[in-house]
Design a binder for this molecule. Sequence first.
Ligand code: FAD
Length: 287
Amino acid sequence: MKIIELLKEKRGVSFEFFPPKNQKDKDILLETARELSGYNPIFVSVTHGASGYQNAQKPPIEYTKETVLELKNTLKLNVMAHLTCIAHTKDELLEFLSFYRKNDIDNILALRGDIPKNGERRGCTHAKELIELIKEHFDEEFCIGVAAYPEGHPESPNMEWEIKYFKQKVEAGASFAITQMFFDNSYYYEFLDLCHKANIDIPIIPGIMPITNIKQISKFASMCGATIPSYITDALENLSEEDVIKKGVEIAINQCEDLIKNGVRHIHFYTLNRSKATLNILKALKL
Ligand code: FAD
């Protein structure tokens, strides 16, 4: 079902997963998705590519396609496929989109993806061009989501630039957006304000990453330009692994409570294919 219709109808949550490369990780993902499905997510999404597929046996898109179908067919979830465009030709992109259409996948997160190390761009240079390609060949058949960056994309020199190109994605046909992870809600509220001033009025779903490991979160945050406030790093300092997870859950609960208090109706969780932290947050939020 098209996500935008569901967002209009009801409050709720959604979960991001990445495609596993072996049977053991596949079993873990299915168990995670099964547990989280008890919270009736509006949708779940499956990433495409990103890092970690350098030595994989198949092209990254094949893992994404398999996982999308598995979650849809086995657990009957409403699945959104991420599609990154920079490293694929337009013909390849159209082939992937036809595959999703044939398999009744209604939702695509249209992304540029990170620029390959050799700098080569094959299909579209920016996410906006992928949206245009989808609209040209599939008209209104897909509901299209896009990425949003409350602190600005690392390549954007300032927020004016960020909003200008974000708006172009909306004008090209994006129906909703999901934000990059952030830990200080004031970035999200300021971003919403800038969007409002620029007459951008699509739903912008906050993306929340529960902290479960300090090294890992610091790496992710520095890669995507998300600020980890010092009150968080101070609170996590010198804690045991187990206590970091507990504290990370507590931090995410506070963050979500504040979002809900400020009128947010939908929250997207970056699960990293594990359910425990997200389940604890959802239990505490009584969602
Ligand atoms: P774009 O919207 O194209 O923007 C990229 C940069 O170019 C921005 O600075 C923008 O301001 C600028 N820009 C846009 N148009 C123009 C123009 N015409 N001229 C000049 N500058 C322009 N990555 C993956 O590899 N796989 C995933 O599954 C994945 N999922 C993600 C999910 C979410 C919710 C988010 C927030 C990010 C995800 N990413 C994923 C990361 C994303 O691919 C990277 O952040 C990438 O560097 C940018 O993608 P984009 O779609 O935001 O690009």
